[in-house]
Design a protein around this ligand. Structure first.
Ligand code: NAP
Length: 453
């Protein structure tokens, strides 16, 4: 696997792919490790997770630099991502025992009936490159602490991140085999999934990858959680604080160079404030600094790969050919590296890519709508259902609208974000299952009923 720096196009490092024999050995190690790991007192598993948080914090700059080199994340955003991973570890180190406490049920006199939570075994996690540390810790912190063991198949452009994450667990003191990275291409995922030693799978990534993993897991009757794409609406109502909405909206679209599943992608604006909002929004977008991800003053780095930038630009061109107007940006930047400028499209016609596909880069599409009803209709007019954000001075109106949007989470006067304390996941083509919080740790456990007479 070859890591390539998207800011320069230069090779970073090459990693030897794991062979089928390596994978076989890793699965044996995972199976052996599981037998002992599941018997470890939960408190000890929580303590190891505390250690992992410490390792992450100690090495945050080093890990952020690997992300910057391999996928172009600006260094400050990388450091924040590592801190968030440590927070996720802290959360489960503090709360796993409560979340996994047996639940007692009403039962006839003289009997005790409860649900206990037991781990399933080795879980295969197929992960994307966009938040290369956070996506992994989001699954690993709860699932491994619940007593499962983890097998990571990371995206092929971030092998250095995969190796570094395995090292975090080793340095934290985890036994061998409890967390392993498999450096394999995606066409070896099915073989691993079909193997009896793998008990369940989770995938964060695109719809086609999710469908493929779900189909193979389905044939083998294995549980899956899928965290897929999104095209989140960002609804601005006529009583919204427009400065706040424009500033937050610009950041919600452009952080991580726009490569976030929960980025605001479709801006739906009430007609009475449309012009005012658009002016402010475009000013905010144009004030973002694009450049070298190693530079601490940079807001927007390169796209993670040249081919991904080419795909994004094709979506923009097809949307413009269909009638959309480019207000700012719209062409790859005239410099070395995969740099695409923050872009705003208006007059977006129905059915073009900016309307009904996910734009996984710094391109915002803006619509004008007549009223709340039209805003809800436009917000729901998508195959996706991940997150949504609604802006209004009236909290009750905001909640009413937020409740009518088909999404896994809706935020009023706030950008959509994941937080270890609250469930995260999608509906419709954004996937199924939940990560984080109590809901997340309950996804890969056997909820076993125990009846004692
Ligand atoms: P991707 O191409 O689907 O890749 C994601 C992972 O799946 C990679 O490890 C990839 O391996 C693997 N993969 C690809 N095709 C596969 C197949 N047919 N079978 C098994 N594994 C396969 O997605 P991406 O471009 O890295 O990430 C962007 C997508 O992820 C966007 O749609 C984004 O919205 C979504 N995402 C969702 C969430 C969420 O929480 N809902 C979070 C982040 C990203 P290779 O790299 O080796 O191909």
């Amino acid at each position: 696997m070859d890591a390539v720096n998207p800011a320069t196009g230069e090779a970073v490092e090459s990693y030897e792919d794991h062979t089928e024999a390596d994978v076989d050995e890793a699965l044996d190690r995972a199976t052996d490790a599981f037998e002992e790991w599941k018997e470890r007192p939960l408190r000890e598993r929580e303590q190891l997770l505390e250690n992992a948080a410490e390792v992450l914090r100690e090495n945050r700059r080093e890990y952020a630099e690997i992300m910057a080199r391999e996928m172009g994340k600006p260094i400050d955003q990388g450091i924040s991502e590592i801190e968030k991973c440590a927070w996720g570890c802290d959360h489960y180190a503090e709360n796993a025992s409560d979340y996994l406490e047996p639940e007692h049920h009403p039962s006839p006199p003289g009997s005790t009936v409860k649900t206990v939570y037991e781990p399933l075994g080795p879980v295969l996690a197929v992960m994307p490159w966009n938040f290369p540390f956070w996506q992994v810790f989001r699954f690993a912190a709860p699932y491994v602490t619940a007593g499962n063991v983890g097998l990571l198949k990371h995206a092929s452009n971030v092998p250095g991140c995969a190796v570094a994450i395995e090292e975090v667990f080793r340095e934290a003191g985890y036994p061998e085999g409890v967390f392993q990275s498999l450096l394999i291409p995606s066409d070896l995922v099915d073989d691993a999934l079909e193997d009896d030693r793998v008990r369940a799978a989770t995938l964060t990534g695109s719809g086609p990858a999710g469908r493929s993993v779900a189909a193979t897991a389905g044939e083998n009757l294995k549980k899956t959680v899928l965290e897929l794409g999104g095209s989140d609406p960002f609804v601005v109502l006529d009583d919204a604080d427009l400065d706040e909405a424009a500033e937050t909206g610009a950041w919600a679209r452009n952080q991580n160079a726009g490569q976030s599943c929960i980025a605001a992608k479709r801006f739906i604006v009430h007609t009475d404030v449309y012009d005012d909002f658009l002016d402010r929004f475009v000013d905010e977008i144009e004030s973002l600094t694009v450049g070298d991800p190693m530079d601490e003053d940079v807001d927007v780095g390169p796209q993670a790969r040249e081919d991904l930038m080419a795909d994004l630009h094709e979506q923009v061109e097809d949307s413009v050919d269909a009638g959309a107007t480019v207000v700012t940006g719209g062409e790859p930047m005239d410099r070395e590296g995969a740099f695409y400028p923050p872009t705003v499209l208006t007059d977006v016609p129905e059915g073009c890519p900016a309307d009904d596909e996910e734009l996984f880069g710094p391109v915002a599409a803006v619509w004008e709508v007549a009223d709340d009803e039209a805003a809800v209709e436009k917000a729901n007019d998508t195959q996706f259902g991940l997150g949504a954000s609604v802006w209004t001075a009236d909290r009750e109106r905001g909640e009413r609208i937020a409740r009518r949007i088909d999404a896994g989470c809706t935020y009023v006067n706030q950008l959509v974000k994941s937080d270890p304390r609250v469930p995260f996941g999608g509906v419709k083509e954004s996937g199924y299952g939940r990560e984080l919080s109590e809901a997340g740790i309950h996804e890969f456990v056997n909820r076993k009923t125990v009846w004692i007479e």
